[in-house]
Design a protein around this ligand. Structure first.
Ligand SMILES: Nc1ncnc2c1ncn2[C@@H]1O[C@H](COP(=O)(O)OP(=O)(O)O)[C@@H](O)[C@H]1O
Ligand SMILES: [Mg+2]
Length: 358
């Protein structure tokens, strides 16, 4: 006998049920998605790991390294994807590689899609590499800066706003020059340099589309390193793989991937937007320890942080990244095969999860 109760909706009872083919029931919870929806049914105990991404191009080194080590994986492109709430494929491990700059490739909707998906997976007890907490940090500068402050590290003065008039009430005494950046960062998109209060007010008065896709902007004190360089560290499972010194010229897009298109920052410097990446073998142990602590607190399994060191020796962390793309020249210079390190970590985590199933 069916345990389902047919419940007539009071609205439909009052308005007639002829709008519907069949009376509404509470049976929806028992709906089963069509088998064809599944990407590839995974038998229980499978060792195939799932990789969520939105930019296939950036996946090539990881997939090549997984092929090389014989790690089985299923790539899932979130640029156009669907999942059933409450259903889980039996992957032992899920790896999230969605980038906050997805909107630059027309894949912005991958961000809210994966956010919910990661939460669902973790609520069900799935192990996700770079899971919901790290993704929340990755897509919120405000969350990043709160974490940096909580760790007792210094932060440049920062004002958060969603309105051109509201921000003016907080500008008295603000230490210009400054950087204007969106709450959801990524590849320096919509980052602007503002030399003075006057320059900011001009921008606020004249610039259409100042607010990026997320509508919240941060005005942040500009920190000068003297030579314009910044440092970027890369970690896997708490281990520093390498650090690089990045020298931007006329751009804020420091995306390390080969082939990244760099819009000009509109600065008064000569030349085309360009970035020089140098292997930096000598970052101070204190900087490594601080960067590692940030990555750990952000629950980032794979990623790193950016910081600027002033000529006086003060260090300011200003960006937390969990979408690492390893440059071939850094791998060569450091002698660390970063993609292979990542795959070894994936293998370790996958094995741990598979053991739990026995
Ligand atoms: N407070 C700052 N002082 C000086 N330069 C900054 C500051 N914040 C950001 N920048 C510059 O802008 C670039 C992009 O900013 P970032 O916060 O890293 O955004 P994204 O998440 O888009 O990479 C940085 O790599 C750096 O060159
Ligand atoms: Mg950055």
């Amino acid at each position: 006998m069916s345990t389902l109760k047919t419940i007539t909706d009071p609205f439909i009872a009052a308005n007639g049920s002829d709008l519907l083919d069949a009376p509404p029931t509470m049976g929806h919870a028992l709906w089963t998605a069509p088998a064809g929806r599944r990407r590839r049914p995974q038998p229980r105990g499978t060792d195939t790991v799932a990789v969520l991404y939105e930019n296939r191009e950036w996946m090539e080194p990881l997939f090549a390294a997984m092929d090389h080590r014989g790690v089985r994986y299923e790539g899932i492109d979130l640029a156009d994807s669907a999942y059933v709430l409450g259903e889980h494929d039996d992957y032992p491990l899920v790896i999230n590689r969605v980038s906050p700059s997805a909107h630059l490739r027309g894949h912005g909707s991958a961000i809210p899609l994966v956010r919910g998906w990661l939460e669902m997976l973790e609520r069900a007890g799935k192990r996700v590499i770079n899971g919901a907490t790290s993704f929340r940090l990755e897509t919120s500068k405000v969350a990043q800066y709160q974490l940096i402050r909580d760790l007792g590290l210094p932060l440049p003065a920062t004002v958060v706003f969603n309105d051109r008039t509201a921000v003016r009430t907080l500008l008295d005494g603000f230490p210009f020059p400054a950087i204007l950046k969106p709450e959801t960062g990524g590849s320096g998109a919509n980052v602007r340099f503002v030399s003075s209060r006057k320059a900011l007010e001009h921008l606020l008065d004249t610039e259409d589309g100042l607010f990026g896709p997320d509508h919240v902007l941060l005005l942040q004190q500009f920190v000068s390193s003297g030579d314009g360089s910044i440092l970027r560290t890369e970690f896997v499972d708490g281990e520093l793989l390498f650090a690089m010194r990045v020298r931007p010229n006329n751009t804020f897009n420091l995306c390390p991937a080969e082939g990244c298109v760099r819009p000009s920052a509109g600065l008064d410097t000569d030349g085309e937007p360009d970035v020089i990446f140098e292997y930096e073998p000598d970052i101070p142990p204190e900087a490594v320890a601080q960067a590692r602590e940030i990555v750990r607190a952000a629950r980032i399994d794979v990623g790193g942080v950016e910081y600027i060191e002033t000529p006086a020796g003060d260090r300011y962390f200003y960006d937390i990244n969990s979408t690492s793309v390893y440059r071939a020249d850094m791998v060569a210079a450091s002698g660390v095969d970063a993609s292979d390190k990542l795959v070894q970590f994936i293998e370790r985590e996958s094995r741990k999860e598979q053991r739990k199933l026995w």
